[in-house]
Design a protein around this ligand. Structure first.
Ligand code: NAP
Length: 256
């Protein structure tokens, strides 16, 4: 059995109970980690608050829009004050304006490109830099990507470019942080029906396509992602860093 007993983690990207971040966070908590959470906007706060409360009344829930440096600084100052250190960071955050997630990639505006990359890729760099000083015993940083970074998935568009950037950031961060025993890895997930996914035009068709084309003939479930997130957070993955690990029922190996 994997244990995260004695580890402290921070989770970015729980919007509701379908969020991939929530599945991974629950697995971390069940394995004994003490966790803190962030939320982006007040509108979603009550739902996140309710979920987080199920892990115990003492679980910190902090406001953090990852595009705001002062909010990032505030989160890590609070973690320093409450726990004094950190071992795990889950980055499960992505955004692109809705009209950039349909039609031709060719029409991506400068602003949509900037927003998608800032929220979905640069934020990992900003969070890793803020977390590293607290990861004095080493650490594990995990982010979420999608195969649209490598291949053309119609309508995924600018998010594909942002995920390619994110995966490159994982490698450069792994190199920089390796000497401090801080590992940085990426789970490339098959499609899961979440709030963010529903913003992508034609998402239901993608789910059907995976089910019929993936070698395992099914879609990935949140628990599949949770167990890999748990492994990557654990000391069992101590020699794994800078990797993109496909958790997609084998879809990535297929040609046609
Ligand atoms: P989700 O539940 O909607 O989670 C996305 C999270 O990103 C939300 O909590 C959202 O917060 C947050 N976010 C967006 N802009 C932010 C900002 N400026 N600051 C802070 N947080 C912000 O969807 P999900 O599918 O679990 O997505 C999690 C990650 O998995 C994303 O990186 C996504 O690209 C990746 N992924 C998803 C799939 C899939 O099929 N679902 C497949 C592969 C990879 P708000 O809701 O408050 O805006």
């Amino acid at each position: 059995m994997i244990t995260l007993s004695g580890k402290i983690g921070i989770v970015f990207g729980v919007a509701n109970q379908r969020s991939i971040a929530w599945a991974i966070a629950r697995a971390w908590a069940q394995a004994g980690a003490r966790l803190a959470f962030t939320y982006q906007n007040e509108r979603l706060r009550p739902e996140v608050e309710e979920l987080v409360a199920t892990l115990g009344p003492e679980t910190p829930l902090l406001a953090c829009d990852v595009t705001k440096d002062e909010e990032i600084a505030g989160v890590f100052a609070e973690l320093q004050r409450r726990f004094g250190k950190l071992h795990l960071l889950l980055h499960s955050v992505a955004f692109a304006p809705k009209d950039a997630l349909e039609g031709q990639f060719l029409n991506t505006t400068r602003e949509a490109f900037r927003i998608a990359h800032e929220v979905s890729a640069y934020s990992l760099v900003a969070l890793a830099r803020a977390a590293a000083p607290l990861m004095t015993d080493g650490g594990s940083i995990i982010t979420l990507s999608y195969i649209g970074s490598q291949r053309v998935i119609p309508n995924y568009n600018v998010m594909g470019a942002a995920k390619a950037s994110l995966e490159a950031c994982v490698r450069y961060l792994a190199y920089d942080l390796g000497p401090r025993r801080i590992r940085v890895n990426c789970i490339s997930a098959g499609p899961v029906n979440t709030l963010a996914a529903r913003g992508i035009a034609g998402f239901a068709k993608i789910l059907k396509h995976y089910e019929s084309h993936a070698p395992l003939k099914r879609n990935v479930q949140p628990d599949d992602l949770a167990s890999v997130g748990l492994f990557l957070a654990s000391d069992g993955a101590a020699a794994i860093t800078g990797q993109v690990i496909y958790v997609d029922c084998g879809y990535q190996i297929m040609g046609v």
